[in-house]
Design a protein around this ligand. Structure first.
Ligand code: E4P
Length: 214
């Protein structure tokens, strides 16, 4: 499973990239707004840190507007992937962009039929949001499993990004479901590296080492 980092904070991206486990980056308008910086500048800086797909989201609601924004965004770097919302207009834009060879990540997916439609429209990536489904009492990871089952059954080529990942358990479940990619907040990435027995083990090794013959 590929690891994307889900943030627009370049320091977080830099730190995670240094670990050698980051294959790409996803951003969204909320994450960009949190940084208080110019959108295009942030995206450009990210492309200089990570050599992999970098999702930049459009904010227009009509297909024509989305395509116009996308045409500008892809000028920033060849790794830019255009993120569009899962709407009828978003699908129209996906179809237009993918026929021009521009990669699209269809976001805000909450059902298997949405994922199928996005893939049929030509999306390179589909992003089902697990955490937000859990928030309303539904089973987010069951959706990832459903989509993986359907995509495998029909040989659908779009890659599935398990999104809205809230904890390391989500990460394990996404991997168990066979998700192609998980896009993960920095905090969850760092959390997923830890185990209390690892810390206790280090402590014991160092303590024992003090008594070793030198
Ligand atoms: C995906 O690309 C989104 O940016 C993200 O995973 C949304 O996660 P949230 O539900 O934690 O905001």
């Amino acid at each position: 499973m590929k690891y994307f980092i889900d943030t627009a904070n370049v320091e977080e991206i830099r730190k995670a990239a240094e670990l050698g486990i980051i294959d790409g980056v996803t951003t969204n308008p909320s994450l960009i707004a949190k940084e208080g910086r110019v959108f295009e500048e942030v995206i450009k800086e990210i492309t200089e840190i990570v050599d992999g797909p970098i999702s930049a989201e459009v904010v227009s609601l009509d297909a024509e507007g989305m395509v116009k924004e996308a045409d500008e965004l892809v000028k920033i770097h060849e790794n830019i992937v255009i993120k569009v919302p899962m709407t009828a207009e978003g699908l129209k834009a996906t179809s237009m962009l993918s026929s021009k060879g521009i990669k699209v990540n269809v976001t805000l997916i909450f059902s298997a039929t949405q994922a199928l439609a996005a893939a049929k429209a030509g999306a390179a990536f589909v992003s089902p949001f697990a955490g937000r489904l859990d928030d309303i009492g539904a089973d987010g990871m069951a959706l990832i499993e459903e989509i993986m089952y359907i995509f495998k059954s029909y040989g659908v080529r779009a890659e599935v990004i398990a999104a809205s990942i809230r904890n390391r358990n989500h990460l394990t479940q996404a991997a168990m479901a066979g998700a192609d990619i998980a896009t993960i907040p920095f905090k969850v990435i760092m959390d997923s590296l830890k185990h209390p027995l690892t810390d206790q083990g280090i402590e014991k090794f160092l303590k024992d080492w003090e008594g070793a013959k030198k």
